[in-house]
Design a protein around this ligand. Sequence first.
Ligand code: ADP
Length: 376
Amino acid sequence: MSEITKEKVLEALKAVKAPGGDVDIVSAGMVSEIVIAGKNVMFALQVDPDQAQAYEPVRKAAEEAVSALEGVDKVMVALTAEKKEGAGQPGQQRGRKPQPPTASQAPGIPGVDHIIAVASGKGGVGKSTTAINLALALASLGLKVGILDADIYGPSLPKLLGLKQEPQPDPENPEKLAALEAYGLKAMSIGFVVDEATPVIWRGPMVMSALQQMMHEISWGDLDVMVVDMPPGTGDAQLTMAQQVPLSGAIIVSTPQDLALIDARKGLNMFKRVNVPILGIVENMSYFICPNCDTRHEIFGHGGARQEAERMGVPFLGEIPLDPELRERSDTGRPIVATEPESPHAKAYREMAEAVWAKLKTGDTGKKSMPRIVVE
Ligand code: ADP
């Protein structure tokens, strides 16, 4: 079978006309960087955000054109409002920066009541561990819950849930792939599609297109809550995501150290800037109970996140100790809330889930009406 190349993809895309029918989408400068991972092809079409609806047939046509190529298995094409410097873009004046919508203006996912982000200012603080256990704790309250791994640079959901299989077309809606299921959760991660061992270089628009596809082209079914495990950090990619995902709220995970707290503060401010309510702060690796001597050690200066939450005027959702057992279970696809539901950790996550759900249910997320903010 012949190997798929960027040139072949571009050639196929030249047959797809931009709206208006005069030029093709390649000549119109609409096609982003093309990422090829094995037999999977991913790219975005850069469009005027105000006319996104009108471009949907173009997106579909582009997807079909590339799907028809020999050697191609899956094609992910998304519309993005991100603009390449100097690239011609239909409907958009040169020099005018595209203005991504704030979260409240982003289109929702039909059937999904609430989307919440679990974020951290930096990696390694236990964001993914918190996201999965919080999702499971919400499910244990009798809610229908999904988890979306938006950390496309380092997807951890396949490992956390011990899932390896690829998503398959949904029998009821073959246009879409069905979300995978584990421990009663619906789940989707780029790690299910792209081989974890294959390095993929994601560029700005690709991040958004992958995320948009995972939200809108996957059958999630009816969900009370979708938990989004955000990529770590507070850079442009995270900000764009916070703007383009219709979030009901965000949870910030931090360790108690000063340094991590500074990052957590940045994360918190990022969500505040785009008018996403902060549901609370979680202190992870809060203290350590020595399994040998049963003594509590506050290695990182326990309590820092609680003080920070008070200082910032946001809820404190609880503290999770540093526990080798929790790590062992997380890293072997047996999250503690599902496999040790009676443990003190599971109880702490459940309390967190109850507090979060109480806020979501009543709509009391502290969200205030604010003017639209455009980040230059
Ligand atoms: P992040 O998403 O912030 O990068 P992870 O959730 O992937 O962080 O956690 C990083 C590592 O720390 C993983 O090996 C995980 O199992 C471990 N870990 C997370 N929280 C705890 C905890 N409370 N106790 C012990 N290990 C933890």
